[in-house]
Design a protein. Structure first.
Length: 137
């Protein structure tokens, strides 16, 4: 999967906020701590540093949603993170992204913090980020 493939899927999935560009994906993937799993239908991009993993973004193309691909991407990236030595996983999610919050809760994540006004919507509305964590045992 190329950075452009990632950017295309991300743009299709993220319609309420600015999607990431191919250059941004390329820059992230150049970092030895950054990993990606999945394909153009659904992917997860994450970092593992020491014993901690962070989900940077996850995206499923709208034409492939509601097929269990996001759940599979979650399971796959967490399994890879564990193999890389992570014992704890973190992520943040927009407080108004109810489908993603439900997915993360289904995967065992619990809220551990909040970042006020972290996400900026296209209409300039600021949305809080919910920080969630999960032990990877």
């Amino acid at each position: 999967m190329t950075p452009q493939d990632l950017a295309n899927t991300h743009a299709a999935a993220f319609t309420q906020s600015r999607p990431w560009t191919a250059t941004e994906f390329a820059d992230l993937l150049a970092n030895r701590f950054t990993h990606v799993i999945g394909n153009a239908k659904s992917f997860a991009l994450f970092q593992v540093i020491a014993d901690e993993a962070e989900l940077l973004t996850i995206a499923t193309h709208p034409s492939h949603q509601r097929q269990g691909l996001a759940l599979q991407s979650m399971q796959d990236w967490q399994a890879m993170a564990k193999k890389l030595g992570a014992t704890r996983a973190l992520l943040d999610v927009a407080a108004d992204n109810h489908p993603a919050i439900a997915l993360y809760k289904r995967c065992g994540y619990a809220t551990c913090g909040r970042r006020k006004g972290y996400y900026l919507r296209e209409n300039a509305e600021k949305i809080d980020a919910i920080v969630m964590a999960h032990d990877l045992f």
